[in-house]
Design a binder for this molecule. Structure first.
Ligand SMILES: Nc1nc2c(ncn2[C@@H]2O[C@H](COP(=O)(O)OP(=O)(O)OP(=O)(O)O)[C@@H](O)[C@H]2O)c(=O)[nH]1
Ligand SMILES: [Mg+2]
Length: 357
């Protein structure tokens, strides 16, 4: 499934994504219908000026309903979202964002669940953002459902939100990045971000997460196929999950081999074996996450948040360009297209030329 990650990904099964191309009556940034930005769609009117300080106070007190409302506002990019994001700013910078990425079915959700248990046992609060487009493919349970069935029920120290990938083809939607701010302001110690690592997505995670955990497992196909799409490059921590399965040791050896070829990073990247279903090795994983996290914290919260803002800007810029191309700059675009077809202009040069206009 991940073998062709660099070519066009298949149409995702989520029906939302079929209408997800931005533009044409939709918000250019989120691809959501623009009607969703208006207060009359039934969103709670929590963002009104009068209520905002109170709303922020309830968020920072980690009042569950307020956090949930804030997340919804940011996810839908409601008309209140910009004011809300701004008001959240003074409360940001505490949370560590740990990205969990890897091929479908590697056990990301199960592992996230096991990490939650470990974190709670250590008295840490945790929020989870699960971008969950692939579950119908791999047969994995949607993380939200999984959590609901397990330990996190009725625990105020855990908050889970599942997002559809909304046209970002398994990638990380800008909504997921905005939501980080709500959880951060709410004072969660750690935010776990589960995404499927296919195509462009792992680069998104690299830009957004403070700690990148890349998860593989035996039995997913050829050797270390998951690593061909750039996952190895972004990993701060490499995990072979399903350590109870035959072949786990072999996958470990293959990954160790792949790491040793990259001599410059091989000694820095921990390679761990976990069994998410039993919890084995999860304590070590958490120790490594904390260790990388401490190092990242030393670089300052401001620079981490700036990286996330930069990501949002890049995404918005890409959307603007895509919208401009879709609108079709008439003969100009036809002209460029003909040149590309004739081989007299590279697509890169054509894009650069379009941006200059
Ligand atoms: N034997 C074994 N099975 C596991 C382990 N971890 C997860 N699984 C199983 O693998 C399947 C997929 O697990 P998920 O946690 O849903 O995997 P995922 O990576 O989140 O999958 P997607 O979100 O669909 O990409 C489930 O049936 C899990 O029970 C493990 O450590 N050992
Ligand atoms: Mg999952």
């Amino acid at each position: 499934m991940t073998r062709d990650a660099t070519s066009a990904p298949p149409t995702p099964p989520d029906p939302d994504t079929r209408t997800g191309s931005p533009g044409g009556g939709q918000h250019p940034h989120t691809g959501l219908p623009s009607v969703g930005q208006h207060a009359h769609t039934g969103l709670p009117s929590v963002g009104h000026h009068d209520d905002l300080p109170d709303f922020i106070a309830r968020i920072t007190a980690r009042e569950r309903r307020a956090v949930s409302q804030a997340v919804t506002e940011l996810e839908r990019l409601s008309s209140h979202a910009p004011a809300l994001l701004q008001a959240l700013q003074p409360h940001l910078g505490h949370a560590l964002v740990a990205g969990f990425t890897g091929p479908p079915g590697a056990g990301k959700s199960t592992l996230v669940n096991a990490v939650i248990r470990e974190l709670r046992a250590a008295g840490k609060t945790v929020a989870v953002i699960a971008v969950d487009p692939s579950s119908p493919i791999s047969g994995g349970a949607i993380l939200g459902d999984r959590i609901r069935m397990t330990a996190a029920l009725d625990d105020d120290g855990v908050f889970v939100r599942s997002l559809a990938s909304r046209g970002y083809l398994g990638g990380l939607s800008p909504a997921a990045v905005r939501i980080i701010d709500a959880f951060d302001a709410a004072g969660f110690d750690i935010i776990l971000l589960e995404t499927v690592g296919t195509g462009q997505n792992e680069i998104d995670v690299a830009e957004v997460a403070d700690v990148r955990v890349v998860i593989s497992a035996p039995g997913l196909g050829d050797d270390i196929q998951a690593m061909k799409s750039g996952l190895l490059e972004i990993a701060d921590i490499l995990v072979v999950n399903k350590g109870d399965r035959p072949g786990a040791e072999q996958t470990m050896q293959q990954l160790a081999g792949a790491l040793s070829i990259r001599a410059t990073i091989s000694d820095k990247i921990p390679l761990l074996k976990t069994t998410a279903t039993s919890g084995e090795g999860v304590d070590k994983l958490l120790a490594e996450i904390n260790s990388v996290g401490e190092h990242v914290r030393a670089t300052g919260a401001q620079s981490r948040r700036r990286r996330r803002a930069r990501y949002l800007i890049a995404r918005a810029a890409a959307d603007l360009v895509a919208a401009r191309i879709r609108r079709g700059e008439g003969s100009r675009l036809d002209d460029l297209s003909d040149h590309v077809l004739a081989g007299t202009l590279s697509p890169d040069a054509a894009a650069a030329s379009l941006l200059k206009d």
